[in-house]
Design a binder for this molecule. Structure first.
Ligand code: PAF
Length: 316
């Protein structure tokens, strides 16, 4: 068994990313892995049937411990928070039975809307952010299709004790051993914005066009909107003094290619008639642009279009 303080891990939210992370960690021995789901029927199904990972034609099955009751799990060393950002406000208070002062929470949401919610939650343990360009598609309850490899960056949201810093390094090591390219970053906000720019260019457009990520590159109009939306968001980031990586449009196109057959998380939400993360992605860019007095007409257009899609099913 590895020498690690990460003995008990819980993945909150068995969506596409949550299931992908759970299946990756299930490959490891030594850690006790749980899935926490707000839906007790689905939790019972996962407990009974386990998780399945589809990778091309290859299927892998993993037994898993799943529950809707955080009291049943009790305090853990690591919480991987994989619910979508609109669900965060409701989810965080219910997680308290999982925490001691030593518990590290790693938040995997897209966009930037979750940052203020996490800061306001005053959790007992340290809070870190995970920024990933892994692609994953939920095919059915507990059944996930690998949607493309991508790097993952981890870093603290605010101050962290030396113990928490050590724990985060151990988490990165655990993920690397589980086959996920992972590194700890000194300034995670740079990665948060680098990823935000990619999501700004891909997610809303795939939801509007109802297409896989790679199809955006075959559509001249979508490609032009992608470029414009990413450049607007990059101007906002630079005006805020965030040292984003160069060539944000080229990076977005590269992620589109690497996850070409993936159904973006936003399109998965639209197809599942769920609230999307549009507020924290194009909506957040729009809000920041307004505050800075910068134009963001393409983000405004994408934001309004996805809100229109949501209105069609959320009101029903
Ligand atoms: O949100 C998503 O779907 C993912 O962040 C990404 C990288 C765009 C792949 O689909």
């Amino acid at each position: 068994m590895r020498d690690t303080s990460l003995q008990r891990v819980v993945i909150v939210g068995p969506g596409a990313l949550g299931c992908l992370l759970a299946t990756s960690l299930c490959r490891m021995t030594g850690e006790e892995i749980w899935v926490l789901d707000h839906d007790s029927q689905r939790a019972a199904l996962l407990q009974h049937s386990g998780l399945t990972l589809e990778r091309g034609d290859h299927l892998e099955h993993f037994p898993i411990q799943a529950t809707a009751d955080p009291q049943r799990i009790g305090p853990v060393d690591l919480v991987l928070l994989c619910v979508k950002s609109p669900a965060l406000g409701q989810t965080l208070p219910s997680l308290l039975p999982l925490f001691t002062k030593k518990t590290l929470l790693l938040a995997w949401q897209n966009g930037i809307a979750h940052l203020s919610v996490l800061l306001g939650a005053k959790l007992p343990g340290a809070v870190a952010l995970a920024v990933t360009s892994l692609g994953a598609h939920l095919v059915g309850p507990g059944r996930v299709r690998f949607g493309g490899a991508g790097a993952t960056s981890l870093g603290f949201l605010g101050e962290a004790s030396p113990e928490a810093r050590l724990a985060l390094q151990e988490v990165a090591e655990l993920f690397r051993l589980a086959g996920l390219a992972t590194q700890v970053e000194p300034d995670i906000m740079v990665q948060v914005w680098n990823k935000l720019l990619v999501n700004v260019g891909i997610n809303a457009l795939t939801a509007i066009q109802n297409c896989e990520n790679g199809r955006l590159l075959e559509n001249g109009e979508a490609l032009a909107l992608m470029r414009a939306a990413v450049l607007e968001a990059a101007s906002v980031a630079r005006a805020k003094g965030i040292a984003i990586a160069p060539e944000p449009v080229a990076r977005t196109i590269a992620v589109c290619k690497a996850t070409a057959s993936n159904i973006s998380s936003m399109l998965q939400d639209v197809r599942g008639n769920r609230q999307t993360e549009i507020e924290g992605i194009n909506g957040a860019v729009l809000a920041e642009a307004r505050q800075l007095g910068l134009p963001a007409p393409v983000n405004a257009k994408l934001f309004a279009a996805v809100k229109g899609l949501e209105k069609g099913y959320l009101a029903a």
